[in-house]
Design a protein around this ligand. Structure first.
Ligand SMILES: O=C(O)CCC(=O)C(=O)O
Length: 384
């Protein structure tokens, strides 16, 4: 990607030296955690217990080498198509070539815009006020666009390659090992952090529903997969405070005040090569900095829950309308899992498809009807 696009020259301005030192120190701490490696199973076909131990200890894990070059090429082709079809500017109905723009007619929240290198959520009431402190906003280049899309929700309707990642047998086996064989979906997104432009995502925790539940524990709000198209670095990747997923209460404002800046001293970055896929507990304190580096970061993001965390629960209000999530709602939303498995089977016929327990005996076919039926599917996200 870098070879075809002019990269605006930017840095962290007054914070540049402190930021560079922080990035280097975080990188060293990340590699020392012992929570990375390939997806490994025991002889009985269970996810290796060392992986589960490290995930529950740290609140995140980096699976190395999951997506191979042919799959990455598919994702990149879809990404280029998506970027080409975005509205010419925020609110426009047409793309830069005068065609109906991607997402312009979506009913569900779909395209999220930001000023270059800005923090659109931090310190605002957006998303239930769960991003309490604004991040430092470096100055963008004079010729930068006014606003850029940095987040696309409901992303599986725009990319079959992302849908096929969603149906990946190794990743779905990880979901089952963490959330149970009957795991349920959350939502899917594409995070796009362009060099010199990409917005920050202020420190936050994702979960909103279960903090005060009597049976709350470190897995109550599920986790997100973060598959990396180009890899991610300390400068452009997500940072996580290890172990923070185990805390019922955290005060992010106080953490930032104690640090004296948005550089939380205990946080570490996800460091990934292209094709690595991280998992991040949604209860962990995490965030990402504005991307002043020269590298793109594109994350194919998708989350899963324990069924008991969503079934019969009244939730929503951030990604879609509030509702009680019953069996029918979960089954409808989980059709995307079946479509992902079938889409993958068609593209990678030599792979053994994942056998998703709640859909045993059904065959969800990724056909013309299914494709037509997933517009705005994210109105049914299971957002807790
Ligand atoms: O990718 C990012 O920069 C932020 C991701 C995130 O906050 C999330 O998935 O909850």
């Amino acid at each position: 990607m870098n070879e075809v696009v002019k990269i605006p020259k930017t840095d962290y301005g007054s914070e540049e030296a402190a930021m560079q030192a922080y990035l280097r120190q975080g990188e060293r701490a990340a590699y020392a955690l012992g929570n990375r490696g390939p997806i490994r199973f025991t002889a009985e076909g269970k996810l290796h217990p060392d992986i589960l131990d490290a995930y529950w200890r740290c609140g995140f894990y980096v699976f190395e080498g999951v997506l191979k070059p042919d799959e990455l090429a598919d994702i990149e082709a879809d990404l280029k198509d998506i970027l080409d079809r975005l509205p010419a500017e925020k609110g426009a109905a047409l793309d830069a070539k005068g065609r109906p723009a991607l997402g312009a007619d979506s009913m569900a929240p779909t395209l999220f815009w930001s000023k270059p290198l800005a923090d659109p959520f931090g310190g605002t009431d957006a998303a239930g006020g769960r991003h309490p402190v604004k991040m430092f906003e470096p100055k963008a280049a004079a010729d930068a666009p006014k606003e850029v899309v940095y987040l696309i929700l409901g992303s599986l309707q725009f990319s079959e390659a992302a849908l096929r990642v969603y149906g990946h047998p190794g990743l779905l086996a990880v979901a089952a090992a963490i959330n149970g064989e009957d795991f349920a979906p959350f939502n899917e997104a594409l995070f796009i952090k362009e060099p010199g432009l990409g917005a920050s995502v202020a420190w936050h925790r994702d979960g909103v529903t279960h903090w005060d539940s009597p049976d709350w524990d470190e897995g109550s709000h599920g986790f997100n997969f973060m598959a990396q198209l180009y890899g991610c670095t300390a400068a452009n990747g997500v940072w996580v405070v290890p172990g923070s997923h185990k805390l019922r209460k955290v005060d992010i404002k106080a953490m930032v005040a104690a640090a004296g800046s948005d550089r939380l001293p205990d946080a570490v970055p996800l460091i990934c090569a292209p094709g690595d896929v991280a998992i991040t507990n949604r209860q962990a304190v995490h965030g990402s900095f504005a991307n002043t580096s020269k590298d793109w970061r594109v994350t194919v993001n998708f989350g899963f829950h324990r069924r008991r965390s969503v079934l019969g629960v009244e939730a929503g209000g951030i990604h879609n309308a509030r509702a009680v999530y019953d069996e029918a709602r979960i089954a409808k939303r989980a059709e995307l899992i079946g479509f992902g498995i079938d889409a993958r089977r068609r593209r990678f016929p030599d792979e053994t498809p994942y056998d998703y327990q709640p859909q045993r005996g059904q065959r969800l076919s990724w056909d013309a009807e299914a494709k037509a039926g997933i517009k705005d599917y994210n109105l049914l996200d299971l957002s807790i």
